[in-house]
Design a protein around this ligand. Structure first.
Ligand code: AMP
Ligand code: GLY
Length: 431
Protein backbone atom coordinates (compact mmCIF):
# COMPACT_ATOMS: atom_id res chain seq x y z
CA UNK A 1 0.00 0.00 0.00
CA UNK A 2 0.95 3.64 -0.36
CA UNK A 3 1.16 6.08 2.56
CA UNK A 4 1.60 9.82 2.85
CA UNK A 5 3.54 11.61 5.58
CA UNK A 6 2.93 15.37 5.90
CA UNK A 7 5.92 17.49 6.93
CA UNK A 8 9.56 17.95 6.12
CA UNK A 9 11.64 17.77 9.29
CA UNK A 10 13.65 15.15 11.12
CA UNK A 11 10.53 13.80 12.79
CA UNK A 12 8.93 13.17 9.41
CA UNK A 13 12.07 11.55 8.00
CA UNK A 14 12.07 9.14 10.96
CA UNK A 15 8.33 8.47 10.70
CA UNK A 16 8.41 7.90 6.94
CA UNK A 17 11.53 5.72 7.17
CA UNK A 18 9.94 3.57 9.88
CA UNK A 19 6.67 3.23 7.94
CA UNK A 20 8.60 2.25 4.79
CA UNK A 21 10.01 -0.77 6.64
CA UNK A 22 6.53 -2.25 6.99
CA UNK A 23 6.23 -5.30 4.71
CA UNK A 24 2.84 -4.10 3.50
CA UNK A 25 4.08 -0.68 2.41
CA UNK A 26 5.60 -0.23 -0.98
CA UNK A 27 5.88 3.54 -1.04
CA UNK A 28 5.73 6.42 1.43
CA UNK A 29 5.24 9.85 -0.10
CA UNK A 30 6.49 12.78 1.96
CA UNK A 31 4.98 16.24 1.53
CA UNK A 32 7.26 18.03 1.12
CA UNK A 33 10.19 16.23 2.78
CA UNK A 34 13.90 17.08 2.60
CA UNK A 35 17.06 15.70 0.98
CA UNK A 36 17.04 12.75 3.40
CA UNK A 37 13.55 11.66 2.43
CA UNK A 38 14.42 12.28 -1.24
CA UNK A 39 17.32 9.80 -1.07
CA UNK A 40 15.87 7.21 1.32
CA UNK A 41 14.80 3.96 -0.39
CA UNK A 42 11.00 3.56 -0.41
CA UNK A 43 10.30 7.27 0.08
CA UNK A 44 9.37 9.91 -2.48
CA UNK A 45 8.98 13.63 -1.93
CA UNK A 46 6.07 15.55 -3.37
CA UNK A 47 6.21 19.36 -3.52
CA UNK A 48 2.73 19.95 -2.10
CA UNK A 49 1.70 21.79 1.07
CA UNK A 50 -1.85 23.08 0.46
CA UNK A 51 -4.48 20.81 2.03
CA UNK A 52 -6.89 20.70 -0.96
CA UNK A 53 -4.00 19.62 -3.20
CA UNK A 54 -2.91 16.99 -0.69
CA UNK A 55 -6.45 15.61 -0.71
CA UNK A 56 -6.44 15.52 -4.49
CA UNK A 57 -3.07 13.75 -4.44
CA UNK A 58 -4.22 11.21 -1.81
CA UNK A 59 -7.26 10.35 -3.92
CA UNK A 60 -5.35 10.11 -7.18
CA UNK A 61 -2.63 7.89 -5.67
CA UNK A 62 -5.06 5.82 -3.55
CA UNK A 63 -3.12 6.65 -0.39
CA UNK A 64 -4.24 4.20 2.31
CA UNK A 65 -3.33 6.39 5.29
CA UNK A 66 -1.91 9.88 5.77
CA UNK A 67 0.15 10.60 8.90
CA UNK A 68 0.65 14.22 9.97
CA UNK A 69 3.95 15.27 11.54
CA UNK A 70 3.82 18.98 12.49
CA UNK A 71 1.30 21.06 14.43
CA UNK A 72 0.68 23.72 11.77
CA UNK A 73 -1.39 21.54 9.41
CA UNK A 74 -3.22 20.03 12.42
CA UNK A 75 -4.08 23.53 13.63
CA UNK A 76 -5.27 24.36 10.12
CA UNK A 77 -7.69 21.43 10.19
CA UNK A 78 -6.00 18.97 7.82
CA UNK A 79 -7.55 16.02 9.68
CA UNK A 80 -11.06 17.48 9.46
CA UNK A 81 -10.59 18.11 5.74
CA UNK A 82 -9.25 14.61 4.95
CA UNK A 83 -12.02 12.98 6.99
CA UNK A 84 -14.66 15.08 5.23
CA UNK A 85 -13.22 13.82 1.94
CA UNK A 86 -13.53 10.22 3.16
CA UNK A 87 -9.76 9.72 3.50
CA UNK A 88 -7.97 7.94 6.36
CA UNK A 89 -5.64 10.19 8.32
CA UNK A 90 -3.87 9.89 11.67
CA UNK A 91 -3.86 12.96 13.89
CA UNK A 92 -6.25 15.06 15.98
CA UNK A 93 -8.91 17.33 14.54
CA UNK A 94 -8.53 21.08 14.74
CA UNK A 95 -10.74 21.17 17.84
CA UNK A 96 -8.74 18.43 19.60
CA UNK A 97 -5.45 20.05 18.60
CA UNK A 98 -6.32 23.02 20.82
CA UNK A 99 -4.48 21.18 23.60
CA UNK A 100 -1.40 22.47 21.80
CA UNK A 101 -2.65 25.44 19.82
CA UNK A 102 -4.03 27.32 22.83
CA UNK A 103 -2.13 27.33 26.11
CA UNK A 104 -5.21 28.82 27.81
CA UNK A 105 -7.40 26.02 26.47
CA UNK A 106 -4.85 23.48 27.77
CA UNK A 107 -4.63 25.16 31.19
CA UNK A 108 -8.40 25.39 31.61
CA UNK A 109 -8.70 21.79 30.48
CA UNK A 110 -6.14 20.67 33.07
CA UNK A 111 -7.82 22.67 35.80
CA UNK A 112 -11.23 21.22 34.92
CA UNK A 113 -9.89 17.66 34.99
CA UNK A 114 -7.52 18.00 37.97
CA UNK A 115 -4.34 17.34 36.03
CA UNK A 116 -1.19 18.53 37.85
CA UNK A 117 0.40 21.61 36.26
CA UNK A 118 1.90 24.96 37.28
CA UNK A 119 -0.44 27.55 38.82
CA UNK A 120 -1.27 30.35 36.36
CA UNK A 121 -3.32 33.40 35.52
CA UNK A 122 -4.39 34.66 32.08
CA UNK A 123 -4.27 38.23 30.76
CA UNK A 124 -5.15 40.34 27.77
CA UNK A 125 -4.39 43.78 29.16
CA UNK A 126 -0.85 44.75 30.14
CA UNK A 127 -1.80 46.69 33.30
CA UNK A 128 -3.27 43.68 35.10
CA UNK A 129 -0.38 41.50 33.93
CA UNK A 130 2.15 44.00 35.35
CA UNK A 131 0.19 44.21 38.60
CA UNK A 132 0.21 40.40 38.88
CA UNK A 133 3.98 40.32 38.39
CA UNK A 134 4.41 42.84 41.23
CA UNK A 135 2.58 40.44 43.54
CA UNK A 136 4.39 37.28 42.43
CA UNK A 137 8.16 37.12 42.86
CA UNK A 138 10.31 35.89 39.95
CA UNK A 139 11.12 33.47 38.46
CA UNK A 140 7.91 33.53 36.46
CA UNK A 141 7.06 32.02 33.10
CA UNK A 142 5.28 34.16 30.51
CA UNK A 143 3.60 32.29 27.66
CA UNK A 144 1.79 33.43 24.54
CA UNK A 145 -1.54 31.64 24.16
CA UNK A 146 -1.12 30.69 20.51
CA UNK A 147 1.37 28.77 18.38
CA UNK A 148 4.70 30.58 18.18
CA UNK A 149 7.21 28.03 16.82
CA UNK A 150 9.07 27.83 20.13
CA UNK A 151 9.25 31.63 20.57
CA UNK A 152 6.22 31.99 22.81
CA UNK A 153 7.71 31.14 26.20
CA UNK A 154 9.93 33.34 28.36
CA UNK A 155 11.32 32.03 31.61
CA UNK A 156 11.84 35.35 33.42
CA UNK A 157 14.45 35.24 36.17
CA UNK A 158 13.66 38.76 37.38
CA UNK A 159 10.58 41.01 37.69
CA UNK A 160 12.10 43.28 35.00
CA UNK A 161 12.38 40.41 32.54
CA UNK A 162 8.80 39.42 33.29
CA UNK A 163 7.57 42.98 32.72
CA UNK A 164 9.40 43.27 29.43
CA UNK A 165 8.09 39.87 28.24
CA UNK A 166 4.56 41.15 28.93
CA UNK A 167 5.27 44.35 27.01
CA UNK A 168 6.74 42.45 24.07
CA UNK A 169 3.58 40.36 23.75
CA UNK A 170 0.73 42.62 24.86
CA UNK A 171 2.05 46.08 23.92
CA UNK A 172 4.51 45.59 21.05
CA UNK A 173 2.53 42.58 19.75
CA UNK A 174 5.77 40.83 18.73
CA UNK A 175 3.93 37.59 18.04
CA UNK A 176 0.80 39.19 16.60
CA UNK A 177 -2.45 37.41 17.43
CA UNK A 178 -0.65 34.39 18.91
CA UNK A 179 0.40 36.64 21.79
CA UNK A 180 -2.69 38.81 22.23
CA UNK A 181 -3.63 36.62 25.19
CA UNK A 182 -0.97 35.39 27.59
CA UNK A 183 -0.56 33.32 30.69
CA UNK A 184 1.80 33.96 33.55
CA UNK A 185 2.80 30.76 35.20
CA UNK A 186 4.50 29.53 38.34
CA UNK A 187 8.11 28.46 37.67
CA UNK A 188 8.57 24.73 38.19
CA UNK A 189 11.89 23.26 39.14
CA UNK A 190 12.98 19.77 38.21
CA UNK A 191 13.94 17.57 35.29
CA UNK A 192 12.02 17.67 32.02
CA UNK A 193 10.94 14.55 30.19
CA UNK A 194 8.80 13.88 27.16
CA UNK A 195 6.03 11.34 27.54
CA UNK A 196 4.38 10.54 24.22
CA UNK A 197 1.43 8.24 23.66
CA UNK A 198 -0.79 7.10 20.81
CA UNK A 199 -4.53 7.10 21.36
CA UNK A 200 -7.65 6.09 19.47
CA UNK A 201 -9.74 8.31 21.74
CA UNK A 202 -10.43 5.51 24.25
CA UNK A 203 -7.31 3.40 24.54
CA UNK A 204 -3.75 4.46 25.16
CA UNK A 205 -0.49 3.03 23.89
CA UNK A 206 2.47 4.74 25.60
CA UNK A 207 5.59 5.09 23.48
CA UNK A 208 9.06 4.80 24.99
CA UNK A 209 10.12 7.64 27.29
CA UNK A 210 12.48 10.30 25.94
CA UNK A 211 14.21 13.51 26.87
CA UNK A 212 14.85 16.57 24.72
CA UNK A 213 17.55 19.26 25.16
CA UNK A 214 15.90 22.59 24.43
CA UNK A 215 18.74 25.05 25.03
CA UNK A 216 21.30 25.82 22.34
CA UNK A 217 24.45 25.45 24.44
CA UNK A 218 26.01 22.77 26.63
CA UNK A 219 24.86 22.46 30.25
CA UNK A 220 21.40 23.73 29.24
CA UNK A 221 22.54 27.31 28.64
CA UNK A 222 21.63 29.82 25.94
CA UNK A 223 18.45 30.44 23.99
CA UNK A 224 15.61 27.96 23.61
CA UNK A 225 15.55 25.98 20.38
CA UNK A 226 13.24 23.40 18.86
CA UNK A 227 15.48 20.79 20.49
CA UNK A 228 19.20 20.08 20.07
CA UNK A 229 19.12 16.35 20.75
CA UNK A 230 17.18 13.60 22.49
CA UNK A 231 17.53 10.08 23.79
CA UNK A 232 15.31 7.18 24.79
CA UNK A 233 14.63 5.56 27.21
CA UNK A 234 15.04 7.86 30.20
CA UNK A 235 16.12 5.60 33.03
CA UNK A 236 15.06 7.92 35.86
CA UNK A 237 11.47 7.62 34.68
CA UNK A 238 11.08 4.48 36.78
CA UNK A 239 8.21 2.02 36.33
CA UNK A 240 6.61 3.61 39.43
CA UNK A 241 6.87 7.09 37.96
CA UNK A 242 5.41 5.83 34.69
CA UNK A 243 2.42 4.47 36.61
CA UNK A 244 2.01 7.86 38.28
CA UNK A 245 2.20 9.67 34.91
CA UNK A 246 -0.43 7.36 33.41
CA UNK A 247 -2.67 7.60 36.47
CA UNK A 248 -2.43 11.32 37.25
CA UNK A 249 -1.93 12.75 33.76
CA UNK A 250 -2.52 10.56 30.71
CA UNK A 251 -5.69 8.73 31.85
CA UNK A 252 -7.32 11.98 33.07
CA UNK A 253 -6.47 13.67 29.76
CA UNK A 254 -8.13 10.95 27.69
CA UNK A 255 -11.12 10.74 30.07
CA UNK A 256 -11.34 14.54 30.18
CA UNK A 257 -11.42 14.76 26.39
CA UNK A 258 -14.24 12.21 26.36
CA UNK A 259 -16.17 14.13 29.04
CA UNK A 260 -15.72 17.31 27.02
CA UNK A 261 -16.94 15.41 23.94
CA UNK A 262 -13.74 15.97 22.03
CA UNK A 263 -12.66 12.97 20.01
CA UNK A 264 -8.86 12.74 19.97
CA UNK A 265 -7.01 10.35 17.69
CA UNK A 266 -3.30 10.65 17.16
CA UNK A 267 -0.05 11.06 18.98
CA UNK A 268 -0.18 13.13 22.15
CA UNK A 269 2.96 14.54 23.72
CA UNK A 270 3.03 15.59 27.36
CA UNK A 271 6.05 17.75 28.22
CA UNK A 272 6.56 17.04 31.91
CA UNK A 273 8.54 18.48 34.76
CA UNK A 274 9.53 15.87 37.32
CA UNK A 275 9.92 17.73 40.61
CA UNK A 276 12.37 16.93 43.39
CA UNK A 277 9.55 15.05 45.15
CA UNK A 278 9.19 12.83 42.05
CA UNK A 279 5.87 14.40 41.11
CA UNK A 280 5.13 14.80 37.40
CA UNK A 281 3.54 18.09 36.31
CA UNK A 282 2.52 19.12 32.82
CA UNK A 283 4.49 21.94 31.18
CA UNK A 284 2.76 21.65 27.84
CA UNK A 285 0.88 19.36 25.52
CA UNK A 286 1.75 18.86 21.89
CA UNK A 287 -0.78 17.18 19.63
CA UNK A 288 1.93 15.39 17.67
CA UNK A 289 5.20 13.58 18.05
CA UNK A 290 8.21 15.53 19.33
CA UNK A 291 11.13 16.57 17.20
CA UNK A 292 13.88 15.38 17.83
CA UNK A 293 12.38 12.80 20.28
CA UNK A 294 10.82 10.86 17.38
CA UNK A 295 14.20 10.07 15.87
CA UNK A 296 15.51 7.96 18.80
CA UNK A 297 12.02 6.59 19.51
CA UNK A 298 11.60 5.30 15.94
CA UNK A 299 15.10 3.83 15.93
CA UNK A 300 14.13 1.80 19.02
CA UNK A 301 10.67 0.73 17.87
CA UNK A 302 10.88 -2.93 16.87
CA UNK A 303 7.17 -3.33 16.09
CA UNK A 304 5.74 -2.44 12.73
CA UNK A 305 4.35 1.11 13.10
CA UNK A 306 1.67 0.69 10.43
CA UNK A 307 -0.66 -1.69 12.34
CA UNK A 308 -0.37 0.52 15.43
CA UNK A 309 -1.66 3.46 13.40
CA UNK A 310 -4.32 1.35 11.69
CA UNK A 311 -5.67 0.12 15.02
CA UNK A 312 -5.59 3.64 16.44
CA UNK A 313 -7.65 4.92 13.51
CA UNK A 314 -10.06 1.98 13.86
CA UNK A 315 -10.52 2.39 17.62
CA UNK A 316 -8.91 -0.94 18.53
CA UNK A 317 -5.58 0.22 19.89
CA UNK A 318 -6.20 -1.97 22.99
CA UNK A 319 -5.35 -4.99 20.80
CA UNK A 320 -1.84 -3.69 20.17
CA UNK A 321 1.43 -3.56 22.01
CA UNK A 322 4.73 -2.00 21.04
CA UNK A 323 8.05 -3.79 21.30
CA UNK A 324 11.20 -1.76 21.94
CA UNK A 325 14.89 -2.36 21.40
CA UNK A 326 16.32 -2.63 24.91
CA UNK A 327 19.26 -0.46 23.89
CA UNK A 328 19.38 3.33 24.22
CA UNK A 329 19.01 5.50 21.14
CA UNK A 330 20.52 8.97 21.21
CA UNK A 331 20.21 11.70 18.59
CA UNK A 332 22.53 14.70 18.23
CA UNK A 333 21.15 17.61 16.22
CA UNK A 334 23.55 19.42 13.89
CA UNK A 335 22.16 22.92 13.42
CA UNK A 336 22.99 25.62 10.89
CA UNK A 337 25.06 28.71 11.46
CA UNK A 338 22.83 31.38 13.03
CA UNK A 339 20.22 28.96 14.44
CA UNK A 340 17.81 29.61 16.12
CA UNK A 341 17.57 33.33 15.27
CA UNK A 342 18.59 33.45 11.65
CA UNK A 343 19.84 30.16 10.21
CA UNK A 344 22.04 30.38 7.13
CA UNK A 345 21.11 28.24 4.13
CA UNK A 346 23.00 26.62 1.25
CA UNK A 347 26.09 25.37 3.07
CA UNK A 348 27.23 22.14 1.42
CA UNK A 349 27.18 19.12 3.77
CA UNK A 350 30.16 16.75 3.41
CA UNK A 351 30.69 13.22 4.62
CA UNK A 352 27.22 11.75 4.30
CA UNK A 353 27.79 9.32 1.44
CA UNK A 354 30.05 6.80 3.23
CA UNK A 355 27.97 7.03 6.37
CA UNK A 356 24.74 6.18 4.57
CA UNK A 357 26.38 3.02 3.19
CA UNK A 358 27.52 2.12 6.72
CA UNK A 359 24.12 2.87 8.18
CA UNK A 360 22.55 0.39 5.75
CA UNK A 361 25.06 -2.35 6.56
CA UNK A 362 25.21 -1.97 10.35
CA UNK A 363 21.63 -0.88 11.10
CA UNK A 364 22.70 0.58 14.43
CA UNK A 365 22.50 4.24 13.56
CA UNK A 366 20.53 6.47 11.23
CA UNK A 367 21.16 9.99 10.00
CA UNK A 368 17.79 11.70 9.89
CA UNK A 369 17.63 14.87 7.83
CA UNK A 370 15.68 18.01 8.79
CA UNK A 371 16.61 21.29 7.07
CA UNK A 372 18.37 19.89 4.00
CA UNK A 373 17.77 20.06 0.27
CA UNK A 374 19.49 19.11 -2.95
CA UNK A 375 21.54 22.04 -4.22
CA UNK A 376 25.13 23.19 -4.66
CA UNK A 377 26.78 23.96 -7.99
CA UNK A 378 25.26 21.10 -9.95
CA UNK A 379 22.13 20.64 -7.89
CA UNK A 380 23.31 17.20 -6.74
CA UNK A 381 24.92 18.13 -3.47
CA UNK A 382 23.16 18.06 -0.12
CA UNK A 383 22.98 21.55 1.36
CA UNK A 384 21.57 23.14 4.50
CA UNK A 385 18.07 24.52 4.10
CA UNK A 386 16.82 25.20 7.62
CA UNK A 387 17.75 25.68 11.29
CA UNK A 388 18.08 22.12 12.43
CA UNK A 389 19.91 20.31 9.66
CA UNK A 390 20.50 16.70 10.71
CA UNK A 391 19.83 14.46 13.69
CA UNK A 392 22.53 11.81 13.95
CA UNK A 393 20.86 9.03 15.90
CA UNK A 394 22.65 5.99 17.24
CA UNK A 395 21.89 2.89 19.29
CA UNK A 396 24.15 1.79 22.13
CA UNK A 397 24.07 -0.53 25.14
CA UNK A 398 23.51 2.47 27.41
CA UNK A 399 23.33 6.28 27.18
CA UNK A 400 27.10 6.62 27.28
CA UNK A 401 27.69 4.09 24.49
CA UNK A 402 24.95 5.57 22.29
CA UNK A 403 26.34 9.05 22.95
CA UNK A 404 29.89 7.97 22.10
CA UNK A 405 28.88 6.42 18.80
CA UNK A 406 26.57 9.34 17.83
CA UNK A 407 29.38 11.87 18.36
CA UNK A 408 31.86 9.69 16.44
CA UNK A 409 29.50 9.90 13.46
CA UNK A 410 28.91 13.63 13.95
CA UNK A 411 32.69 14.18 13.69
CA UNK A 412 32.63 12.71 10.19
CA UNK A 413 30.00 15.18 8.92
CA UNK A 414 31.00 18.72 8.03
CA UNK A 415 29.33 21.91 6.94
CA UNK A 416 30.35 25.53 7.49
CA UNK A 417 29.09 27.01 10.72
CA UNK A 418 27.56 23.80 12.09
CA UNK A 419 26.45 23.99 15.72
CA UNK A 420 26.08 21.05 18.06
CA UNK A 421 25.76 20.45 21.76
CA UNK A 422 28.47 18.19 23.15
CA UNK A 423 26.51 16.84 26.09
CA UNK A 424 23.33 15.28 24.72
CA UNK A 425 22.22 12.65 27.23
CA UNK A 426 24.05 14.22 30.20
CA UNK A 427 21.11 13.81 32.57
CA UNK A 428 20.79 10.18 31.51
CA UNK A 429 24.42 9.57 32.42
CA UNK A 430 24.43 11.56 35.66
CA UNK A 431 21.14 10.37 37.12
P1 AMP B 1 6.63 24.99 26.65
O1 AMP B 1 6.57 25.37 25.19
O2 AMP B 1 5.43 25.36 27.42
O3 AMP B 1 7.08 23.58 26.88
O4 AMP B 1 7.86 25.79 27.22
C1 AMP B 1 9.16 25.74 26.64
C2 AMP B 1 10.18 25.49 27.71
O5 AMP B 1 10.09 26.49 28.73
C3 AMP B 1 9.96 24.18 28.46
O6 AMP B 1 10.54 23.11 27.79
C4 AMP B 1 10.64 24.46 29.78
O7 AMP B 1 12.02 24.31 29.70
C5 AMP B 1 10.33 25.92 30.00
N1 AMP B 1 9.11 26.06 30.84
C6 AMP B 1 7.84 26.16 30.42
N2 AMP B 1 6.98 26.28 31.45
C7 AMP B 1 7.73 26.25 32.57
C8 AMP B 1 7.43 26.32 33.96
N3 AMP B 1 6.20 26.49 34.42
N4 AMP B 1 8.47 26.22 34.83
C9 AMP B 1 9.75 26.09 34.40
N5 AMP B 1 10.08 26.02 33.09
C10 AMP B 1 9.10 26.10 32.18
N1 GLY C 1 11.06 18.61 21.03
C1 GLY C 1 10.01 19.44 21.43
C2 GLY C 1 8.87 19.49 20.52
O1 GLY C 1 8.78 18.72 19.58
O2 GLY C 1 8.00 20.31 20.72
Amino acid sequence: MKLLVVGGGGREHALAWKLSLSPRVHKVFVASGNAGTALEPGLENIPITAVPELIEFAKKESIAITVVGPEIPLAAGIVDAFQAAGLKIFGPTRQAAQLETSKIFAKEFMQRHHIPTAAYAKFTDPESAHAYIEQHPAPLVIKADGLAAGKGVVVAQSQEEAHSAVNALLVDKNLGDAGSEIIIEEFLQGIEVSFIIMTDGNHILPLATSQDHKRLYDSDQGPNTGGMGAYSPVSFVSPGLQVQIMHSIIDPVINGLKKDRIHYTGFLYAGLMITAEDQAKVLEFNCRLGDPETQPIMLRLKSDLLPLIEHAIDGTLNEMDAEWDSRTALGVVMAAQGYPENPRKNDVIYGLQDLVAEQESTGNFHIFHAGTSMGGKNGNEIVTAGGRVLCVTSLGENVKAAQHQAYKIVERIRFDGSQIRHDIGHQGINN
